[in-house]
Design a protein. Structure first.
Length: 214
């Protein structure tokens, strides 16, 4: 009789304490589960709101959002795997967005570099043409000087010979400058074709960045 009374007296409090501890443990685990979901949602929301990265990796962001929703609905036995998948999906979305942003920036730099190369070729061609014009003017002046010295008669023969020599040198230099100008023009044409091809290639790419799922 005393044993039965002892069990009734102390048994119910023990069972109650056990149930209370179980409920408390379940509540703590539930709060932890909510914290994981909130943490991943916040991380993904920060990516989506980023003005530099948010527009990229849309497909990966959608997969990450779906994985977080599955985590929120997962049972206790499925939760560790669901948490691992959700974290990996969020990390993948971030990495893919950064990769696409870097690729876009690289493409822009390539296009700008091609434009600079084209402009440099045009400047080189213009400079060569200006130098050629100067050499032609010098050649014409040398010819005029030669004619003037020849008109002075035999007394200026030596000076005329020297002037002819200078005129010949100027002619050779002008011819060399002409070849340089032609080469510069060809280079400018090639650079223009290359820039046009690059612009066509950039236009063939999708105009709006789209996320690539992995």
């Amino acid at each position: 009789m005393k044993s039965v009374m002892f069990n009734r007296k102390y048994g119910f409090p023990i069972v109650a304490a056990t149930l209370l501890a179980l409920f408390a443990s379940t509540a703590v685990q539930a709060r932890k589960d909510d914290m994981d979901v909130d943490r991943l949602n916040n991380s993904l929301n920060q990516l989506a709101a980023d003005p530099n990265l948010g527009v990229y990796a849309q497909a990966d962001q959608a997969l990450a959002r779906d994985a977080i929703n599955q985590l929120a609905q997962a049972g206790s036995s499925q939760r560790p795997h669901a948490l691992y998948i959700a974290e990996r999906r969020v990390d993948q979305a971030k990495a893919e967005a950064q990769l696409q942003a870097a690729q876009r920036q690289l493409n822009q730099l390539d296009q700008e570099n091609a434009q600079l190369q084209l402009e440099r070729s045009r400047i080189d061609a213009t400079t060569a043409q200006q130098q050629l014009d100067i050499q032609r003017m010098q050649y014409q002046l040398a010819q005029q000087e030669t004619a003037r010295l020849q008109a002075q008669g035999q007394a200026a023969a030596d000076q005329a010979a020297q002037a002819r020599s200078e005129a010949d040198q100027a002619r050779k230099l002008a011819a060399a400058q002409s070849r340089v100008a032609q080469a510069a023009r060809r280079q400018a044409e090639l650079a223009a074709k290359a820039a046009k091809a690059l612009r066509a290639q950039m236009q063939d790419q999708p105009s709006s960045p789209a996320g690539g799922g992995k």
